[in-house]
Design a protein around this ligand. Structure first.
Ligand SMILES: [Zn+2]
Length: 180
């Protein structure tokens, strides 16, 4: 049991009821997500959790360490660890927050992430990367292979490092497929 959902800090969790019912289109887009802990596929929104830490800075609640991991019930590590793929424990001084992956998917999920960005609730780079992972088709599958693909001249990296065109992403996905 992940025991730290409720703690001395109020989490930024938005409880969006029944949202998971409308998420099959996201499965078509992403074909799953890669767990930040075990590196294996999270193939259903209900199998994923978002986790991050919150702390107070100058009286303002801030977050850090946004991660996408397996829900404990779906974790390949659950037999060997009571935390499964969860990373943060109650030994952290900061408050741990987590939420269903489904809350961050679809239009409402994108809006939620944008609000965290706008309100500076989590580090900009972490939120932007998560937006790319959850909302840019093919990015999640391609993201760990951009450097290898660029080295193999599969595509020409733009000066705006970390930001890829649809054509680049498709080329990297083809590159991955050709290696499999
Ligand atoms: Zn995992």
């Amino acid at each position: 049991m992940h025991q730290l959902i409720v703690n001395k800090f109020a989490c930024f969790i938005y409880h969006i009821q029944n949202q998971s019912k409308g998420l099959r289109q996201d499965m078509d887009i992403s074909q799953g997500w890669i767990c930040d802990t075990c590196g294996t596929l999270i193939d259903s929104p209900s199998d994923g959790r978002m986790e991050w830490l919150e702390y107070k800075s100058g009286g303002i609640l801030k977050g850090r360490g946004l991660r996408l991991v397996h829900h404990l019930s779906a974790s390949p590590l659950k037999a060997s660890s009571t935390l499964g793929c969860y990373s943060y424990t109650e030994t952290y001084a900061s408050g741990l927050c987590d939420a269903e992956l489904s809350e961050f998917l679809g239009d409402d999920g994108l809006m939620l992430l944008l609000s965290k960005l706008a309100n500076d609730q989590l580090p900009q780079d972490e939120v932007i990367e998560m937006i790319k992972r959850l909302h840019v088709s093919g990015y999640e599958k391609a993201r760990l292979h951009f450097d290898a693909a660029a080295s193999a001249d599969v595509f020409e990296p733009s000066a705006d490092k970390g930001y890829y065109s649809r054509q680049d992403i498709e080329a990297v996905l083809e590159f991955i497929k050709s290696r499999d």
